[in-house]
Design a protein around this ligand. Sequence first.
Ligand SMILES: *[C@@H]1O[C@H](CO)[C@@H](O)[C@H](O)[C@H]1NC(C)=O
Ligand SMILES: *[C@@H]1O[C@H](CO)[C@@H](O)[C@H](O)[C@H]1NC(C)=O
Ligand SMILES: *[C@@H]1O[C@H](CO)[C@@H](O)[C@H](O)[C@H]1NC(C)=O
Length: 462
Amino acid sequence: MRFSPPTIREILLLCILFCGLFLIFASRTGPQQLFALPAPPVPARQPYHTQLNAGDIQTKIIAHVPGWSIIDWLYIYKGVVFIVSNEPQNVPNISSIYSKGIEIEVGEEAERARLPDDTDIRIINTTEALALFGSRAQILDGVSYFVNDPPQYVRHYYHGVAELLFGFWRTYSSLDTSIPASGNTTLPSPRRMIFNRLDAFRWRDYALMNQWVVRSSFPELTMEFIDDWDDRAKMGKPFVFERVVLADRSAAMLSLNYQRYQRTAAAAFGLPGSPHWWMTIRNNVVRFAGLDPEEGAGTVGPPVITYISRQEWGRRMLIEADHERLVRELRKLEAAYGWEVNVVLPEKMSRLEQLRLSARTTILLGVHGNGLSNLLWMKPNGRSTVIEFFYPGGFAHDYEYTTRALGMTHYGFWASKSFTSPDLPLPAYPEGFQGNEIPLDGEAVAQLCIQRLTLEEETDEG
Ligand SMILES: *[C@@H]1O[C@H](CO)[C@@H](O)[C@H](O)[C@H]1NC(C)=O
Ligand SMILES: *[C@@H]1O[C@H](CO)[C@@H](O)[C@H](O)[C@H]1NC(C)=O
Ligand SMILES: *[C@@H]1O[C@H](CO)[C@@H](O)[C@H](O)[C@H]1NC(C)=O
């Protein structure tokens, strides 16, 4: 065979080939691969003002259920929220969008006291808007999350993450119903989170998990608090949200789903959504903790059983002998089947250890309580299960609903009796619910673990 020097055409072809390879390589290692949340598009708008002129200044309700709304061009002016619309009959009842944002107390009178009036939110038409605001409003660009709640609940991991962030993302991700199991989405990530009734210290929880989750899932998110809200209000100038996802606990409580499950995030499940909707957040948090999001639910290694013990917490604990029996039964499974068994006290673990362990867990066990919030980081598949121990007769939907909302299976336990959806008891808090004498049959729990883990292989979709 004889080699001739390359012709111009061959050299050109080679150049094109290398450029192509370079482009493929560059796009593989681009930020898309590193972060599931794509960067928001750079706004083309210059200067950073919007002229108010009839036609394009009207507020648009993009998605809405009680307590959870996605709204374009929502205005704030002197501390009041304004919906600008020439068709007020098409705006949902404002009581299901916004409230007075005061502490939640039980009773009808308290419920009425939380309903908004025109010092909180108003609907005006475009003529009135021009007269009131003048010709300009400052744009708060991109997507903002806006929380109209008092400090009462937010400062608790379960309410901060498993309710507020959970509901926010469920609402917002209704705009991308094709989110795949990788969590990849085209939705721009939120720019800012606004708490108009909270000072900066009050959104953190005692377990310090809220900030871990927020900073790992939305690293670029900035926050505003009551002082910032007051600054804007005192300026006497209108501001307008390009797009806002608005959460209002009191308004969500008006929904049927809240009345059924006592969970504000449940209202958001009235909106369309992907079965993998949560994976965008879950996978980012798990990656931040240093694990491959694929890890989990025993799909990489042997199944992992994690029992979150409250035995040193001092409240809502198992009878000590029953706790010991449960640990013995779980250790037997470890020996007989080679499954990984962890018995942990979350308060003795670092946040990273908690996140990493829950991400790898196939079956999470524990007495009703905050430790079960870690179910949020499990990888949902056909085997992933949460088993929650209650004082017999007691029940709350908190972790039950959350588990099912992620496509996983939940079992409640009353001593040796287990139950699962749809055969659920009504919520109840009998005497003993918060006590330290909760009975449990550890052998029955171990039997259920065997049943769950030796199921016929199901598809990954569960
Ligand atoms: C809006 O909802 C509130 C709270 O449920 C209710 O009291 C009020 O009558 C409703 N207003 C209208 C116009 O339906
Ligand atoms: C807005 O409402 C006022 C009455 O408050 C009315 O005079 C005006 O025509 C309305 N403008 C539009 C655009 O509907
Ligand atoms: C994520 O989605 C974008 C846009 O749809 C696509 O270009 C990219 O390849 C996807 N990445 C992964 C890891 O699926």
